[in-house]
Design a binder for this molecule. Structure first.
Ligand SMILES: NC(=O)c1ccc[n+]([C@@H]2O[C@H](COP(=O)([O-])OP(=O)(O)OC[C@H]3O[C@@H](n4cnc5c(N)ncnc54)[C@H](O)[C@@H]3O)[C@@H](O)[C@H]2O)c1
Length: 280
């Protein structure tokens, strides 16, 4: 059901690659809620993904940009304002990639060139987007900027690797820039810490299927889906959350507040008994 929450609002959505992408679901919901927006991703992602289908569905245009490249960001944001006929009200940063994860290099064997790339793509890019927007005065007062994070920023989870460091930095950028942008322009900056979700980026995380099962058992409400995440993003872009800023907002069915659940304990007991049966 749509509520017209974003009627008259203009936005930029980074990071939709294919229909599994969280950004894809956000774009669909933003369109349903009456927003107009530009879709952006890297030229490689445009070749590999199916973003043109989403653009057609949402009656919009794609303006390519690499979010690590400040000049490309400037050009994309200026072009977006031209197409949309004015300043932006909301931005979704839904970008993450670790070359170390891709190459299977564990946290104690990181390649430092790759490590810098992880931080640049997954966290510094958020600073760059905010920096360029502020320089171009591209966001309307009371606008809203959201980036997607993960609980590995606070807690150590096996296999998340250098992306954990990137997410910590991402959340810190939201606080630091949120202060400046809030003070000067009443623009809010938040991160949403989403449940593990089966997407192209998600499937790169070692043991993602077991992680999804574990957090499903641990969360009283179960994992949040990509569609659930999209709905939450819409509330943050809407005028209903005008005083929420500099927050990392957990959107994870309760996972981040749990220590042990009955469902997870039951599963643990089962495998524990199997181990004893096998004489381990
Ligand atoms: N899937 C999960 O389990 C999960 C959980 C919590 C948070 N997140 C976060 O959600 C966000 C979206 O990921 P997703 O799961 O939808 O996967 P996805 O693979 O669909 O999206 C990642 C996007 O990042 C884009 N990207 C990579 N390098 C870029 C660059 N240099 N410039 C611009 N874009 C670039 C990719 O093209 C892709 O569209 C990421 O920040 C991810 O870390 C995902």
């Amino acid at each position: 059901m749509a509520y017209n929450l974003l009627k008259g609002k203009k936005g930029i959505i980074f990071g939709a690659l294919n229909e599994m992408s969280i950004a894809w679901k956000v774009a669909e919901k933003a369109y349903e809620e009456g927003a107009e927006f530009i879709l952006t991703n890297t030229p490689v992602a445009l070749r590999l993904g199916t973003l043109d289908q989403l653009a057609k569905k949402c009656n919009t245009q794609i303006v390519p940009s690499d979010a690590t490249n400040v000049e490309e960001l400037e050009a994309m944001i200026m072009r977006s304002m031209e197409i949309l006929g004015g300043k932006i009200d909301f931005i979704l940063h839904s970008i993450g990639m670790s070359p170390n994860v891709r190459k299977g290099l564990s946290y104690d064997r990181l390649n430092y060139e790759y490590y810098l790339k992880t931080l640049d793509i997954s966290a510094l890019s958020f600073h760059k987007v905010l920096h360029v927007c502020r320089k171009l005065d591209a966001i309307n007062d009371w606008g809203s900027v959201v980036a997607l994070s993960y609980v590995a920023a606070q807690r150590t989870l096996y296999g998340y690797n250098d992306m954990a460091d990137a997410k910590s930095l991402l959340e810190s950028v939201a606080r630091s820039f949120g202060y400046i942008y809030g003070r000067d322009k009443k623009i809010r900056v938040n991160t949403i810490s989403q449940s593990p979700t089966m997407t192209t980026a998600g499937s790169g995380v070692k043991g993602i299927d077991r992680l999804i099962d574990f957090s499903e058992r641990m969360s009283p409400l179960g994992n949040a889906t990509a569609e659930d995440c999209a709905s939450y993003c819409i509330t943050l872009f809407s005028d209903l959350t005008r005083k929420v800023t500099m927050q990392n907002l957990f959107h994870d069915g309760g996972f981040s507040s749990m220590g042990m659940s009955l469902r997870a304990m039951t599963q643990y007991d089962k495998s524990f008994r199997d181990c004893i049966d096998q004489g381990d």
